[in-house]
Design a protein around this ligand. Structure first.
Ligand code: PEP
Ligand code: CO
Length: 457
């Protein structure tokens, strides 16, 4: 990796070219000098991921685009700097459990991508927040400021850019240790469940499936195929992703791959553009079109077929399979009407996109107690409508994009243990959007598995 300009790279783009465009959702940093110093420091720190890993993920996503694999992209809405190791482990564990369930039902590999190790920046609908007549800057994620409602906590602090890098590095290190060091071994499908949901209906269902997998693992072992002879049984490929929102942070971690001369944003394997920053002539599209990581782009209910096609052209002009994932988030009641025209337009254009359903962000509402929440049944209904839309147009439903945690929080309603509004106050811990808890997540995996198995794809 180097930061010098390589003649092999394209000349109409460089990591700074986004600066000539309008960049929405960027914080105001009162201490401009400290901000510049932090970026300079970030610019010489080691990359968090290796370009070759991003290329591998692109290949796996190409298989998803063809319907030969399924993408599970999941994790926090807004990661906290205070996340402890057990919570990181539990988030990974619930994603691995969901992947096992989905693999079992679909019979195809599940590509696992976390919203983790860098998901620290949040777009906001307003620059400020007013409580009891007091107006302060909005909370923009731990990479910018703190969630508490005091002027000091809401001040954008450039030191946080460096803390974000360090937290991402530590989280990624732990994930690599867990996924390559034995924790993710298929022979541990039971252990993952142990002190978790074994008692809940979803946990019991998982336990029964784990028994079947155990028998299959024993059978293979008797045939001489075990985790000693086959590393695939012992290790898991797990990738990281986050919304590429703070462009100067992303720019500082963008490096030129010495093997190919291409630029990679080395803050994560995959980056996505949010619903609020996907303007064609905006800074986010400009920045991301030039890095070779696999990209995501959120597509909400206002998107027209023309806009979506233009995004495909801008972000994937070479039509490379796996390069572009469109993450639709329409809302449960709208998806069957709004999605088919987009699927049809893209499919007719020949663009090889991965279609993924985010059934979270179109289904948020305020509960009677004033808390932001989502209902499990709406989440399920949007995914079901997404599958139906693909069936209708003859395209592949590539996967799901979820906000979840392994912790036993009470943020979303419904699900196996049927959370009601009165329960929300118990453990409502999110700093931003409501997340599915561990047992709701496992429950959802089974329900998705059933939908997929029953020919709904
Ligand atoms: C998010 O993914 O947390 C988010 C803000 O989503 P969207 O851009 O789709 O609103
Ligand atoms: Co969110």
């Amino acid at each position: 990796m180097s930061t010098s300009t390589d003649p092999r790279a394209s000349t109409d783009w460089d990591p700074r070219s986004w600066r000539d465009r309008v960049a929405l959702q960027q914080p105001h940093w009162p201490d401009a000098e400290a901000h510049a110093r932090a970026l300079k420091e970030l610019g010489v720190l080691p990359p968090l991921v290796f370009a070759g890993e991003a290329r591998e993920l692109t290949e796996s996503l190409a298989a998803v685009a063809e319907g030969k694999a399924f993408l599970l992209q999941a994790g926090d809405c807004a990661e906290s700097f205070d996340t402890v190791a057990d919570s990181i482990r539990d988030r990974l564990r619930v994603i691995l459990q969901m992947a096992v369930v989905l693999t079992y039902f679909t019979g195809v590999p599940v590509v696992k991508v976390g919203r983790i190790a860098g998901q620290f920046a949040k777009p906001r609908s307003s620059d400020t927040e007013t409580i009891d007549g007091v107006e302060l800057p909005a909370f923009r994620g731990h990479i910018v400021n703190d969630v508490g409602f005091t002027a000091e906590e809401r001040l954008a602090d450039p030191q946080r850019l460096l803390t974000a890098y360090n937290r991402a590095a530590a989280t990624l290190n732990l994930l690599r240790a867990f996924t390559k060091g034995g924790f993710a071994s298929l022979s541990r499908v039971h252990q993952w469940n142990r002190e978790f949901v074994a008692a809940s209906p979803a946990g019991q269902r998982y336990e029964a499936l784990a028994n079947e997998i155990d028998r299959a693992v024993q059978f293979m072992s008797a045939c001489g195929i075990n985790s000693e002879t086959l590393t695939d049984l012992r290790q898991v490929d797990f990738y990281t992703s986050h919304e590429a929102l703070l462009l100067d942070y992303e720019e500082a971690l963008t490096r030129q791959d010495s093997l190919t001369g291409d630029w990679y944003d080395c803050s994560a394997h995959m980056l996505w553009i949010g619903e609020r920053t996907r303007q064609l002539d905006g800074a986010h599209v400009e920045f991301l079109r030039g890095v070779r990581n696999p990209l995501g782009c959120k597509i909400g209910p206002t998107a027209t077929p023309e806009e979506v096609l233009a995004l495909c052209e801008a972000l994937n002009p070479d039509r490379q399979p796996g390069r572009l994932t469109l993450i639709t988030r329409m809302g449960a009641t709208k998806v069957v009407d709004l999605l088919p025209p987009l699927l049809k337009a893209v499919s007719e254009s020949g663009h090889p996109v991965v279609w993924v359903c985010d059934p979270m962000h179109g289904n948020t509402f305020t509960a009677d107690d004033g808390r932001k929440t989502r209902h499990f049944e709406d989440v399920l209904a949007e995914v079901s409508g997404f599958f139906a839309a693909h069936r209708y147009t003859g395209t592949h439903p590539g996967g799901v994009h979820l906000e979840l945690t392994g912790d036993d929080v009470t943020e979303c309603l419904g699900g196996g243990s049927d959370l009601v509004t009165a329960d929300l106050a118990d453990r409502y811990e999110t700093m931003c959007d409501p997340r599915l808890n561990g047992s709701q997540s496992i429950d959802l995996a089974f329900r998705l598995g059933e939908l997929l198995r029953n020919g709904n794809n």
